[in-house]
Design a protein around this ligand. Structure first.
Ligand SMILES: [Zn+2]
Ligand SMILES: [Zn+2]
Length: 348
């Protein structure tokens, strides 16, 4: 079950309480704006982020491969899987040009970030991918698909951006079907009982989408994957502490992101001059605090991301995860990379 713990470390906040409830909102379409890429010499797209002071740089075609290790008291360090972050930027094609439109608009770009964890521990298998699509428009500005496969199956989707000039999010999840007439959801009863609708299992094909929920969210909210890319820019720009709402399912956390100490970090991909960024989420004002708050991603205390100082590339992620009565160190360290910014170089 170790992988069950590792995935949430980076990919979700699924073990944590939901501090805010969704509310209804009218579904009115808002036309796309003309948000353009600012000047940046790096290939890719520097996406402006409202009110943060730094943007979110998505490399043109980057692939970062990490090794996930747990430090077990008796067993020592064990490899439990891999984690891969890929980013891509492409031209964004809009529909047919409007009649009479002669102005040559500057090119729009769209970004795609994927985080994918894969692993196996004993007979538990895991595939977990989070895809974030960043679009040059106000709604939806970002679409996040969070899918887990393997021993357990679940799907979650979030869209966010501005509608009617208000920051909003859309969320839906799947769950085990609660009862229907589809024969494929039926299972054989024991002994003499007849076939009946399956009550609970982990089969992906027994799951259905819940109705989506729309809600207004605070200004400047970001998803987890985007936040990591904001941390990259924070290191490059040596910005100050950033605070913004971190979207999680149908709720959010108040996230504080702070530049920390510097160190040379040794990995299988080489040694890199890094600086830590610490991530510290708190339940928002007035949120339900009865649930025990364990820190980010199921980690006790602080989560540190070590990023290469020159390029912002994440080199290592460290934290402590609780496993029953034990506290285990987890490290997600770079193993190989391609397409990273030119300034990303191992030390001699
Ligand atoms: Zn059913
Ligand atoms: Zn079932």
């Amino acid at each position: 079950m170790l992988l069950n713990i590792i995935t949430p470390i980076l990919l979700s906040l699924s073990t944590l309480a939901a501090p805010q409830k969704a509310s209804e909102a009218p579904a009115v379409e808002v036309p796309a704006n003309d948000a353009l890429a600012p000047e940046d010499p790096r290939p890719g797209w520097l996406v402006p982020v409202d009110g943060l002071g730094v943007g979110m740089y998505i490399p043109e075609d980057e692939r970062l491969v990490y090794l996930v290790r747990l430090d077990m008291a008796v067993v020592g360090k064990i490899n439990v899987g891999s984690f891969v972050i890929t980013s891509k930027v492409d031209d964004y094609r809009e529909g047919l040009p409007r009649l009479g439109s002669k102005v040559d608009k500057p090119k729009k770009r769209k970004g795609h970030i994927q985080g994918r964890a894969e692993g196996r521990y004993l007979n538990y298998t895991l595939g977990h991918s989070i895809d974030a699509r960043i679009l040059p428009q106000v709604w939806p500005h970002v679409i996040v698909r969070d899918y887990q496969t393997g021993s357990e199956n679940r799907r979650r989707e979030i869209k966010y951006g501005r509608r009617n000039d208000k920051p909003m999010s859309w969320y839906r999840r799947d769950r085990h079907c609660r009862g229907c007439d589809r024969r494929e959801h039926f299972v054989k009863g024991r002994l003499f009982s007849s076939e009946h609708h399956c009550k609970k299992c982990k089969r992906a094909e027994h799951r259905d989408w819940d109705a989506p929920q729309m809600q207004t969210v605070p200004e400047g909210a970001l998803d987890m994957l985007s936040s990591i890319f904001v941390a990259r820019e924070l290191v490059i720009n040596q910005g100050e502490t950033l605070e913004f709402p971190l979207l999680d399912k149908d709720s959010w956390w108040d996230l504080r992101m702070t530049l920390g100490r510097e160190a040379n970090v040794k990995t299988a991909a080489g040694t890199f001059a890094c600086q830590a960024v610490k991530l510290d989420p708190k339940p928002p004002e007035g949120a339900d605090k009865r649930k025990d708050f364990k820190g980010l991603f199921g980690i006790h205390g602080t989560l540190s991301i070590w990023l290469d100082k020159a390029s912002g590339v994440p080199v290592k992620i460290e934290g402590i995860v609780p496993l029953g009565p034990l506290d285990l160190d987890v490290s997600i360290a770079l193993q190989s990379h391609s397409g990273a910014p030119k300034k990303f170089k191992a030390m001699e």
